[in-house]
Design a protein around this ligand. Structure first.
Ligand SMILES: *[C@@H]1O[C@H](CO)[C@@H](O)[C@H](O)[C@H]1NC(C)=O
Length: 521
C-alpha cells in the first residue's frame, strides 16, 4: 500500500511537472523571472471557453440627455465642478450611442465570443421607477443586441454598472433598503424585454467599489461621505437587491429563457507583507474577507458576512463606545433569501498589494479602513500603470483564483474584467505594457486552470476601447482600441495589444509552436 501511495504521489508530481512552467520563457524577463513561479506555461483553456471584452454604459455611451434619457448619479456628479479630472464628463464619452456598429466590428476583429456591456437604467426608466419605459432606449439596446447576434457574438449584460438613476438617489440611493425592491422590478422588466436574446446576465457590478467610493469616501457618484457606515449600509442593500433579482430570473424566466445570472465582484490579491509574521498573514486574510468575502460569503457561503469581518467591526465599534456594531445584520429569512443566488462567480481583478497588520486605534470618526486594521504597500519593482492603484503583478491573479476555489468550491468562474491603464498623451498605438500585461495575466489564469484545477470558464478584457474612467476622466486609457476624444467622430484605432489579445483568443491560450515536443516529458 505504501508503495502504491508513493507511486500515486510520484505520478501526481510528474503530472504537475508536466503541466508546470519549465520553458524558461518569461513575459517580464527583468522583473518576474522566478522559474517556478513566472515562466510561461504552454497549453490551452478548456473547450468552450468564453472570450470577451467589457464596457459600461456611462463610460462609453454619451448621449447623456438624448431621446428621453433621465439623469443618473454620474450625470449629476460630473457636472459639479471639482469632482473629476479637469471637470471631464461622460456627456459624449465614446459616443457609442451612435457608434455601436463600429464597436461590434471591433469585437469581430478581436474574434470574441461575447461582449459584456451594461444597460443604462435611467435611459430605460428616466425616473428610475419601473413605469413608462423609454421606447428610444429599448430600440437602442435591441439594435445593439441584434447587431451582436448577427455578428455571431453573444451579449453578456450588466443590469447596473455604477449609474443609479438620480431620482432614486434622491430618496436615499443604496442606503435606502427599498432600493432592493426597485432594482428587482427593473431587473424583472429587463429579463422580460431582452431575455429571449440574452443568456448571460450580471446584476450589479462591483458593489464594494460603489459602496466605498460612492457612500464612504465620496470620490465617486453619488459623492456621499458616511465614514464607517456608508459602505456597510450600501453593500447590505445591494446584496439583497442582487438576491431578489436572481430569484426573479430563476423562478420567472429561467424555465423558458435558460440563461445564467450572477453578480460581479472586484478584488486585489492581498499578500502578507511578511510571510513569516502570523499577524501579517492574518491581516492579509482579513483583508481578503473584507474586500471579497464580505460580498461573496453571503451569496456563495452561508448567507452571512464572514466571522472575521463581523468581529473586526464589532471590536472597533465597541472601542468607539457604540452599543451595537456598525455592520448591519441579516435576518435568518434574509440569509436564506441570499444564500446560493449565483450561477457562477464573476470576478474583476487588476492588481496585488502587500498587507501588514495595523493595531486598532481609537478614532472618534469610524472608517471602514480603520476596521480592516491593515496597512498596504507594494514592491517598487512592480510595473506601475497610469492608475495610481494599479501595479502589474501577474502571479497575484493565480493566487486570487485559487483563493476563490479554496473558499467557495468548484464554482465556475468568469473573469469579467482584467486590464491595465496607460496615461493620456500623444496618440500611442504601440502599447507594450498592455501586450505584456495580457500575456502574463492570461498565462497565470492558464496555470490556475490547467495546473491548479480552478474551474475557469471565461475571460473578459477591460476594456474594448479607451473610455471615461470615472473620477479620472480621460486621463487613464484602458482600451485595446484607442479613441480620439478630440475628434467629433470619436475614431477608434486598434492598438498593438488588440493583435496580441486576438492571437491568444484565436489559439485559446498559449499553445507552443512545437506543441508536440513541449508536452512530451
Ligand atoms: C476582536 O476582539 C477579540 C477580543 O479582544 C479578539 O480576540 C479578536 O481577535 C478581535 N478580532 C478582530 C478581527 O479584530
Amino acid at each position: 500500500m505504501v508503495g502504491l501511495n508513493a507511486l500515486v504521489a510520484m505520478a501526481t508530481i510528474l503530472l504537475v511537472v508536466a503541466a508546470s512552467p519549465s520553458t524558461g520563457e518569461f513575459v517580464f524577463q527583468d522583473i518576474f523571472n522566478d522559474p517556478e513561479r513566472d515562466s510561461l506555461l504552454h497549453g490551452t483553456f478548456p473547450e468552450g471557453f468564453i472570450w470577451g471584452a467589457s464596457t459600461a454604459a456611462y463610460q462609453i455611451e454619451g448621449a447623456w440627455d438624448e431621446e428621453g434619457k433621465g439623469p443618473n448619479v454620474w450625470d449629476v456628479f460630473t457636472h459639479i465642478p471639482g469632482k473629476t479630472h479637469q471637470d471631464q464628463t461622460g456627456d459624449v464619452a465614446c459616443d457609442s450611442y451612435h457608434n455601436y456598429q463600429r464597436d461590434i466590428e471591433m469585437l469581430q476583429e478581436l474574434g470574441l465570443t461575447h461582449y459584456r456591456f451594461s444597460l443604462s437604467w435611467a435611459r430605460i426608466f428616466p425616473t428610475g421607477f419601473t413605469i413608462q419605459a423609454n421606447e428610444a432606449a429599448l430600440k437602442y439596446y435591441h439594435a445593439v443586441i441584434d447587431g451582436l447576434l448577427a455578428a455571431g457574438i453573444q451579449p453578456a449584460v450588466t443590469l447596473y454598472h455604477f449609474d443609479l438613476p438620480h431620482v432614486l438617489e434622491e430618496i436615499g440611493g443604496w442606503e435606502n433598503e427599498m432600493m432592493a425592491l426597485y432594482f428587482q422590478a427593473y431587473a424583472d422588466f429587463c429579463f422580460n424585454e431582452f431575455g429571449d436574446k440574452v443568456k448571460l446576465w450580471f446584476t450589479i457590478n462591483e458593489p464594494k467599489v460603489i459602496a466605498i467610493q460612492g457612500y464612504e469616501a465620496g470620490i465617486f457618484a453619488p459623492g456621499k461621505t458616511r465614514p464607517g457606515y456608508g459602505t456597510y449600509r450600501a453593500v447590505h442593500t445591494m446584496i439583497k437587491a442582487h438576491a431578489r433579482a436572481w430569484h426573479t430570473y430563476d423562478q420567472k424566466y429561467r424555465p423558458q429563457q435558460g440563461g445564467k445570472i450572477s453578480i460581479v465582484f472586484n478584488s486585489f490579491w492581498s499578500e502578507p507583507a511578511d510571510p513569516n509574521s502570523a499577524a501579517d498573514r492574518a491581516a492579509a486574510d482579513r483583508m481578503r474577507m473584507f474586500e471579497l468575502g464580505s460580498v461573496a460569503n453571503p451569496i456563495f457561503g452561508n448567507g452571512d458576512y464572514p466571522d472575521v469581518v463581523k468581529q473586526a467591526v464589532a471590536n472597533l465599534s465597541a472601542l468607539q463606545e457604540l452599543t451595537v456594531s456598525r455592520l448591519p445584520v441579516f435576518t435568518e429569512q434574509e440569509k436564506l433569501l441570499i444564500k446560493g443566488t449565483a450561477d457562477f462567480f464573476g470576478l474583476n481583478h487588476y492588481s496585488t498589494r502587500f498587507v501588514a497588520h495595523k493595531e486598532a486605534i481609537f478614532n472618534p470618526v469610524p472608517t471602514v479602513f480603520d476596521d480592516m486594521q491593515a496597512e498596504f504597500s507594494s514592491d517598487p519593482a512592480w510595473p506601475q500603470a497610469a492608475s495610481e492603484w494599479l501595479k502589474v503583478v501577474p502571479w497575484g491573479f493565480r493566487g486570487l483564483l485559487n483563493w476563490v476555489k479554496e473558499n467557495y468550491g468548484d464554482v465556475p468562474i468568469y473573469v469579467t474584467e482584467n486590464g491595465v491603464s496607460e496615461p493620456d498623451g500623444p496618440m500611442n498605438l504601440d502599447d507594450e505594457l498592455r501586450c505584456k500585461y495580457y500575456r502574463a495575466y492570461l498565462n497565470e489564469a492558464l496555470k490556475a486552470s490547467k495546473v491548479d484545477g480552478v474551474n475557469l470558464r471565461g475571460y473578459f478584457a477591460w476594456t474594448l476601447m479607451d473610455n471615461f474612467e470615472w473620477a479620472s476622466g480621460f486621463s487613464e486609457r484602458f482600451g485595446l482600441y484607442h479613441v480620439d476624444f478630440n475628434d467629433p467622430a470619436r475614431t477608434r484605432r486598434a492598438k498593438k495589444s488588440a493583435a496580441t489579445f486576438a492571437q491568444i483568443v484565436k489559439e485559446n491560450g498559449f499553445p507552443a509552436a512545437d506543441a508536440e515536443a513541449k508536452t512530451e516529458l
